[in-house]
Ligand binder design. Structure first.
Ligand SMILES: [Zn+2]
Length: 64
């Protein structure tokens, strides 16, 4: 099953947490279930598997 493989191989999915980019709310998620049934949304947007710290680090890199 592809979803289970993905959830097992991607560390951010395995951690089982998602964050809202808009309001910063975090929520636990079953990645396998979410991939199959629909990803959680908040503030009208799909929630991200990257933590705020990781997003800040990524943004810092891309703007350098
Ligand atoms: Zn939100």
């Amino acid at each position: 099953m592809l979803h289970e493989k993905l959830a097992a191989e991607i560390p951010q999915l395995k951690r089982g947490m998602v964050w809202c980019r808009i309001c910063g709310q975090s929520q636990r998620v079953n990645a396998t279930e979410a991939l199959a049934c629909g990803w959680p949304k908040c503030c009208g947007y799909t929630m991200t598997i990257d933590s705020p710290e990781e997003r800040a680090a990524l943004q810092g890199e891309s703007h350098e």
